[in-house]
Ligand binder design. Structure first.
Ligand code: ISL
Length: 553
């Protein structure tokens, strides 16, 4: 057993900077706010934090539309503030990972402005096309029927250049052209720049749309087919995404970024830095990001199966088993698995799974082998905010209408972090918050949960502490099984020790016979049950033949 590198046993935590902590009273989270809360993360046992984008941006997509990849958004702070954050993190031995948004820039980026004007070196920085003429009306039409993620066409006419440009996200997020070597090199410069500022790696945004299919000999792209997934012709699910997602060149680009990171370490020394890949793709594509026999790729392509499988099939022991199988049975040998319950694009875990399941799900991701990733607020069981149409700011929501926006908007999972039960949940000293608070902040907040006996936060802390210290959880073998429709069990074991998690997803009490699950090892088990520090203490004696579980325990 070779020693594990820091990222292989990391406890990652996603910070959404706009909503984490405001230090200057403007109602918008900022870097100094984050720095002031690094001790909180340390106290939780977090070992690495990933920050959603902090770069200069007109904030159409709240930082995922970057106008200067080498500068900090002024409302979040300055480069000096960022350096202070990195310095404090180093003192606390916390790794900081930045968001890398390679697919597109903001339309306010200098690169795009120059490209519109066809300036030398920039003319082909983006994906430009003349479009086509409708044979009957003679009118100009977009080159293809391709749809953007945020509803509507993926092509926008530019009056000045007299061409269409491709945008797989909002109109204000033109897609960079990765078939242009200048773009490829420019984006590697971005990686090197922030590595030199002391970051420990990158979460790479939106990989599926990085490349599109090559045009034919006449420069024409193919139309997508009607997929049948929805009747709504603006919804991306109306069409297939065969030509605009998951192209093989995308995998190779990630391998090139990995080489940038490894080269940096070879030249400058220090710890390894990581690549985390955001992709909602089928396993055959996702797993390639890890690398192959000859080339290293990303350290961790995110595993979203505990989100996506359960969105489709609901919460049950069987769907949990399916989600775990989907990763562990497809992952190439020798790679590190990971487990994600939520992020800033998905409904809050506590709202999606039900508040009664949040402790069980946190236990699950922390007992499973490899890395777990927590989205800010999951540790206290934050729930979705209720955001009216009038208050809606997410472009995906705004591109719909008052009747259907709730299907699309991502505002509910982005409400300000709940530090206290006081004014504006302790998020800001000012009176304004950029999104309304979730209604439950007076009961669900850090201050209260740190003092309450059996809170989500206390359970979370106990779990992370166990994970960080337990060789069985770090190196042990893994066995898991749905014992019935409701009861799921995971066992990690190393030599003579075993840690077992039993979850009852059902709404009635259950008696479970664990001896069927593992005949040989029913004695020295440390059982993790929801009531980790109250009635059922670690190491308490249980009858493995008749373990009683309360509903949702
Ligand atoms: O949100 C999604 C599923 O719920 C995805 O379709 C999402 O749009 C996709 O995974 C890309 O997301 C990332 O890039 C977007 C940005 O809006 C998201 O916040 C980010 O996570 C564009 O940069």
């Amino acid at each position: 057993e070779t020693a594990k590198d820091w990222w292989q046993t990391a406890q990652f935590y996603q910070i959404y900077p706009r909503s984490f902590k405001d230090s200057d009273g403007d109602g918008i989270g900022d870097l100094n706010g984050i720095t002031s809360k690094l001790e909180y993360l340390k106290d939780l046992g977090i070992t690495a934090a990933w920050l959603s984008p902090i770069f200069k941006s007109p904030m159409v997509d709240f930082g995922y539309d970057i106008s200067d990849f080498f500068d900090i958004q002024a409302e979040y702070g300055t480069l000096e503030d960022f350096r202070a954050l990195i310095k404090r993190a180093k003192e606390l031995d916390l790794k900081i990972v930045l968001d890398f948004v390679p697919n597109h820039s903001s339309n306010e980026s200098e690169w795009f402005q120059k490209s519109v004007r066809r300036e030398k070196g920039y003319a082909d920085y983006y994906v430009w096309h003349d479009g086509k003429l409708d044979s009957t009306t003679g009118k100009r039409q977009p080159p293809t029927n391709w749809l953007q993620y945020f509803r509507g066409s993926a092509w926008e006419w530019n009056e000045e250049r007299q061409q269409y440009y491709l945008h797989q996200f909002a109109v204000q997020q033109p897609d960079l052209n990765y078939r242009n070597p200048l773009v490829v090199e420019q984006m590697k410069r971005v990686l090197r720049y922030w590595l030199n500022e002391g970051v420990s790696g990158f979460r790479c945004d939106a990989l599926p749309p990085l490349f599109e299919v090559l045009p034919d000999g006449d420069g024409q792209f193919p139309d997508e087919l009607v997929s049948g997934a929805t009747e709504d012709t603006d919804d991306r699910n109306y069409l297939t995404t065969t030509y605009i997602e998951n192209q093989p060149e995308t995998i190779d680009m990630v391998y090139q970024w990995r080489a940038v990171l490894d080269d940096h370490q070879r030249i400058h020394g220090g710890n390894s830095s990581v690549l985390l890949i955001e992709t909602y793709s089928p396993a055959w594509f996702t797993m390639q990001f890890y690398g192959n026999r000859s080339t290293e790729g990303a350290h961790l392509p995110f595993n979203f199966n505990l989100i996506t499988v359960m969105e489709q099939k609901g919460i049950s022991a069987a769907s949990v088993q399916e989600a775990i199988d989907l990763w562990l049975k497809n992952m190439p040998a020798g790679r590190t698995p990971n487990w994600v319950l939520g992020n800033h694009d998905k409904r809050r875990a506590a709202s999606r799974y039900g508040t009664e399941h949040i402790d069980g799900m946190n236990m699950l991701v922390m007992i499973l082998p490899g890395v777990s990733v927590t989205y800010q607020g999951e540790e206290i069981g934050m729930t979705d905010g209720e955001i009216s149409w009038e208050d809606t700011v997410d472009p995906w929501g705004c591109n719909s209408n008052p009747d259907i926006y709730e299907q699309y908007t991502r505002d509910p999972e982005r409400t300000p972090f709940q530090w206290t039960g006081g004014s504006n949940a302790g998020f800001t000293n000012g009176s304004f918050t950029w999104l309304p608070l979730a209604a439950d902040y007076e009961t669900i907040n850090v201050e209260r949960e740190l003092s309450d006996g059996l809170s989500h936060l206390k359970i979370y802390k106990a779990l992370v502490a166990l994970r960080n210290s337990s060789k069985t959880l770090q190196n042990g073998s893994t066995k898991y099984q749905a014992l019935s429709e409701d009861v799921f069990v995971v066992q990690r074991s190393l030599a003579n020790s075993a840690i077992v998690l039993v979850i009852n997803f059902g709404s009635v009490a259950k008696s479970v016979d664990l001896s069927k699950f593992d005949k040989n090892r029913t004695e020295s088990m440390l059982l993790l049950i929801r009531s980790i520090d109250s009635t059922k203490k670690e190491g308490t004696q249980y009858d493995p033949k008749a373990l009683s579980l309360d509903p949702s325990e």
